[in-house]
Design a protein around this ligand. Structure first.
Ligand code: GTP
Ligand code: MG
Length: 231
């Protein structure tokens, strides 16, 4: 298996079908791939729709965006893993170009930057400010230049996962995987197109923003094995 696309979902029935269709259009006949949908026990038709369109659906009753990814990565069989949300925001057509870049430039991890080509209304002003503040804090604490520390689309070699240690089970998983990748792997950040979300936002700007912010300071000053990093 060449590629696994891993998608965490929580009540995304409005869009998971379209995400699956866009993936088929972008990947079918071009690469051998699987789609692993890690569903947090959605109360709508997310699992049913994903399954009907060919996804491997894994049920993960434990809450958390990071938790879902850990389960999905353990299940993924692809040489390369690509991630995205189940809300129609990330561009399926970028996966193959990013995979090619991974090989051509001998990289291990690519993360994406949504700020360059963002559709109007794709991110609220509050969200944008929070995002920039978190990216700035990441830069300050870890010295890494990551423009978009919260982007949820990454394309990386599955074997690279054994070289990094990502502890967060919640939303901070996104910034932590980038910090780890830029510390320990050959990594790069690449601009992508980012669209407006379909369906209800799962993230709470203030609560998750604050959690992410606290997480960065804890990770920086308390060492990598701290249990409190798991929240
Ligand atoms: N399995 C699982 N999936 C989750 C959980 N929380 C969020 N998700 C999914 O993870 C993806 C990211 O969540 P979003 O609500 O889109 O968060 P976001 O992209 O940071 O915020 P927006 O920019 O507003 O879309 C979506 O596909 C969600 O359905 C969870 O606890 N478990
Ligand atoms: Mg999203």
């Amino acid at each position: 298996m060449k590629l696994s696309v891993v998608i965490p979902t929580l009540n995304e029935e409005e869009c998971i079908g379209q995400v699956m269709d866009e993936l088929s259009a972008a990947l079918e006949g071009k690469v051998e791939y699987e789609v692993v949908v890690v569903d947090g026990m959605s109360r709508d038709r997310t699992r049913e729709i994903a399954r009907s369109k060919g996804a491997v659906v894994v049920e993960e009753a434990r809450r958390g965006y990071g938790r879902a990814y850990k389960t999905g990565f353990a299940q993924a069989r692809g040489e390369v893993i690509a991630t995205m949300d189940g809300d129609c925001t990330y561009p399926a057509e970028s996966i193959i170009p990013l995979m090619e870049m991974l090989y051509e430039e001998n990289l291990e991890f690519i993360t994406t930057d949504r700020f360059g080509h963002m559709e109007e209304g794709a991110m609220s002003t509050m969200h944008k400010i929070g995002n920039l503040a978190l990216s700035f804090t990441t830069r300050l604490l870890f010295g890494r230049i990551i423009r978009d520390s919260q982007s949820g689309m990454w394309v990386f070699r599955r074997e690279a996962l054994s070289k990094i240690r990502v502890e967060a089970d919640g939303m901070p998983f996104s910034e932590e995987i980038k910090i780890e990748a830029f510390r320990k792997l050959r990594s790069k950040e690449v601009m992508i197109r980012y669209r407006r979300r379909v369906g209800e936002v799962k993230l709470s700007s203030w609560q998750d923003g604050w959690k992410n912010f606290r997480f960065l300071w804890r990770k920086r000053f308390r060492g990598p094995r701290d249990k409190s990093l798991r929240s």
